[in-house]
Design a protein around this ligand. Structure first.
Ligand code: C2O
Length: 545
C-alpha cells in the first residue's frame, strides 16, 4: 500500500468575518482546514502537533478504522487528548470505502473551526457506477457556523448554567457567510462552471448544531453517494443534510450564462433564539463577464420546518445493492437495543441560577443515561483491563414506557442517571439499535453518529416504535448505508450493524450541544478468535492522561 503523510499543526489564526476579528483555532492556519485526499487502500499518517494552550484531538469522521481504533480520535473514548506542545501520529489504512468524508477536532467545541474534507478516490480507473463519467471534481463544499463570540465561552456558559447556547451569527460555505450577512460581500463562495460539463459536488455538513437544506437555483441535483457509500442515483430539487453527514451530488451546467444562487438554511434549529438565517454562494458560468450578485433565494430551497420535504428526501436514499457494490445488511439479528433519545431537566444546584427551561438545567440522555466522560480513555481501560472507568450495563430497553411523542410530559422526563455505560458485544454480532425520539422538551431531528462502523437504516417512522408492527416493514434489500442517521422528530429510526470492528466506539448525537449534555453511549466490540479479528496494539506515541 502507498503511504500518504500529512502534518497538522493545531494553531491560532486571526480571522475576520462579519466585521469581527478574533483568534480562531485552525489546522495549519487554514479556516476551514486543509482537504485530505487519498486513494482507497492507502495507508494514511497524519502527524498532529498541538501548538496551543488547550488540549485537542482529531477524528476522521466516517473512516472505518478497521482494528485501528487508537487512531479514531474522540477524547477520552479512544485516546487521551494531545496536550500543549505534544505530537501524535494518527496511522490508519482506508479500505473498502470511497467518496466523501471529513475530519474534525473531537475535543470540546473545537470542531466549530477545526474541520476539513477527507476525500477517498476509488482505485483507478475511477469506476464510478453512474453516468456521466468522467465528471469534473469541484472542491468540497463544507457548511459551517461562525460565532462572533469565543466558542469556548459559549460552550462553557451552556454547560455550566445548563441553558441552550446562543445561536451562531452566520452559517457559512467553506468558511464564507455570503452577502446576506453584514460586511460579507467579499466573503462569498463562488464555484465557476463551464457550460455543458457535469460537476461532482462533495457536500459536507460540519455545522455544530443545525441540519440544513441546500439548493441551487435553476439546477437539479443528482444524489450519487452518501457518507462514502454509493447510492442509487436520483434527481432532486434540494437536499437535507444533518451535521455529520456528507452527500455527493452531480450537477450539470446546462445554462449558457449567468450566476445562480446556491443556499443553505436550517431545517429545524436546535438553538435559542431560533436562527433562520441563510448562507449563500454562487454557481458562476465562465461566460459571465462580471458577477452581478442577486439575493433572491432559490424558490426550490425548502422552508424551515419542512418536515415533509426532509422525510420524502430521506426516504429516497437507497444503497446501490449491485453485484459490484453489494449491500451487506444483516437479514437477521443477534441482539436489539431500543433506546430513547431525550432532553432532561435537572434541578439547579443550590445558590445557582440555571438558564434551562423552568429555571432548571438541561441534560440529555439515551435510556435516561447521561454519558459522562471518564478520566482516561475507555479504549485504554478496555485494552489493559483497567476496572472502574466504565460499566457494560447500558440498558437494552427504555426505563419505562410512556407516550414518547406526547406533549408536555416534562415531569416524566426529569430524572436522568449519570455514568459511563457502554453496550458490549462479541465480535461478529449482528446488532440492531432503535433510536426513539421522545420529543418531550424540544422537538428535534437528532443526527446519531456511530464511530468505527457503517450501519444500514432499515426503518424509520413517526410516533412510537412498535416491534410487532414495524419490523415487518423493514427494508433489508437496499437500505441506505451510512455513519450518521437523522432520527425523525417525534419518531424513530432502526439501524443494523455488523459489529466487525474490535475496539471501543462512540455513539452520539452530532448536535454538539446535545453531546455536551450527555446524549451519547459507548459501544465495545470484543476482539474475535482469529488474529485478523483483533484490535491492534496501541501506538507508542499514544497520548497519556
Ligand atoms: Cu463527527 Cu464523534 O464525531
Amino acid at each position: 500500500a502507498t503511504t500518504k503523510r500529512f502534518n497538522f499543526n493545531v494553531e491560532w489564526k486571526s480571522v475576520t468575518r462579519l466585521c469581527h476579528t478574533k483568534p480562531v483555532l485552525t489546522v495549519n492556519g487554514k479556516y476551514p482546514g486543509p482537504t485530505i485526499a487519498v486513494n482507497e487502500g492507502d495507508n494514511v499518517q497524519v502527524t498532529v502537533t498541538n501548538k496551543v494552550d488547550t488540549n485537542t484531538t482529531i477524528h476522521w469522521h466516517g473512516v472505518r478504522q478497521l482494528r485501528t481504533g487508537w487512531a479514531d480520535g474522540p477524547a477520552y473514548i479512544t485516546q487521551c487528548p494531545i496536550g500543549k506542545g505534544k505530537t501524535y501520529t494518527y496511522n490508519f489504512t482506508v479500505s473498502g470505502q470511497r467518496g466523501t468524508l471529513w475530519w474534525h477536532a473531537h475535543f470540546s467545541w473545537q470542531r466549530a473551526s477545526v474541520y476539513g474534507a477527507f476525500v477517498i478516490h476509488p482505485r483507478l480507473p475511477y469506476p464510478f457506477p453512474f453516468e456521466p463519467s468522467p465528471v469534473v471534481e469541484a472542491p468540497p463544499i463544507i457548511f459551517g457556523e461562525w460565532w462572533n463570540a469565543d466558542v469556548d465561552a459559549v460552550e462553557s456558559e451552556m454547560s455550566r448554567y445548563g441553558g441552550g447556547p446562543n445561536s451562531s451569527d452566520a452559517y457559512t460555505i467553506n468558511g464564507l457567510p455570503g452577502p446576506l450577512y453584514p460586511c460579507s460581500i467579499k466573503d462569498t463562495f463562488i464555484q465557476n462552471v463551464e457550460r455543458g460539463k457535469t460537476y461532482m459536488l462533495r457536500i459536507i455538513n460540519a455545522a455544530l448544531n443545525d441540519e440544513l437544506f441546500f439548493a441551487v437555483a435553476n439546477h437539479t441535483l443528482t444524489v450519487v453517494e452518501i457518507d462514502a457509500v454509493y447510492t442509487k442515483p436520483f434527481t432532486t430539487s434540494a437536499i437535507m443534510i444533518t451535521p455529520g453527514q456528507t452527500t455527493t451530488l452531480l450537477l450539470t451546467a446546462d445554462k449558457s450564462t449567468g450566476a445562480f444562487i446556491m443556499a443553505a438554511r436550517p431545517y429545524l434549529t436546535s438553538v435559542f433564539p431560533f436562527n433562520n438565517s441563510t448562507t449563500i454562494g454562487y454557481l458562476k458560468y465562465t461566460t459571465t463577464p462580471k458577477l452581478k450578485p442577486q439575493l433572491t433565494l432559490p424558490p426550490n430551497l425548502p422552508a424551515m420546518e419542512d418536515t415533509l420535504f426532509a422525510t420524502r428526501f430521506t426516504d429516497r436514499l437507497r444503497s446501490l445493492a449491485s453485484a459490484d457494490y453489494p449491500c451487506n445488511v444483516p437479514k437477521t439479528i443477534d441482539k436489539r437495543v431500543v433506546t430513547t433519545i431525550s432532553l432532561n431537566l435537572q434541578d439547579c444546584p443550590q445558590n445557582k441560577t440555571c438558564k434551562g427551561y423552568l429555571n432548571k438545567q438541561f441534560f440529555a440522555s439515551m435510556n435516561n443515561q447521561s454519558f459522562s466522560r471518564p478520566s482516561t480513555s475507555i479504549l485504554q481501560s478496555h485494552y489493559l483491563n483497567i476496572n472502574g472507568q466504565y460499566t457494560t450495563n447500558f440498558p437494552d430497553h427504555p426505563p419505562h414506557v410512556y407516550n414518547y411523542t406526547g406533549v408536555d410530559s416534562v415531569s416524566e422526563n426529569m430524572n436522568t442517571e449519570f455514568g459511563t455505560r457502554v453496550v458490549q458485544v462479541e465480535f461478529g454480532t449482528r446488532l440492531e439499535i432503535v433510536f426513539q425520539d421522545t420529543n418531550l422538551l424540544n422537538p428535534e431531528n437528532h443526527p446519531i453518529h456511530v464511530h468505527g462502523h457503517n450501519f444500514f437504516i432499515v426503518g424509520r417512522g413517526f410516533g412510537n416504535f412498535d416491534a410487532e408492527r414495524d419490523v415487518v416493514g423493514y427494508n433489508v434489500v437496499d437500505p441506505p448505508e451510512r455513519n450518521t442517521v437523522g432520527v425523525p422528530v417525534g419518531g424513530w429510526a432502526a439501524i443494523r450493524i455488523n459489529a466487525d470492528n474490535p475496539g471501543v466506539w462512540f455513539i452520539h448525537c452530532h448536535l454538539e450541544e446535545h453531546t455536551s449534555w450527555g446524549l451519547a453511549m459507548g459501544f465495545i466490540v470484543k476482539s474475535g478468535k482469529e488474529p485478523t479479528q483483533c484490535l491492534l496494539p496501541p501506538p507508542s506515541d499514544l497520548p497519556v492522561c
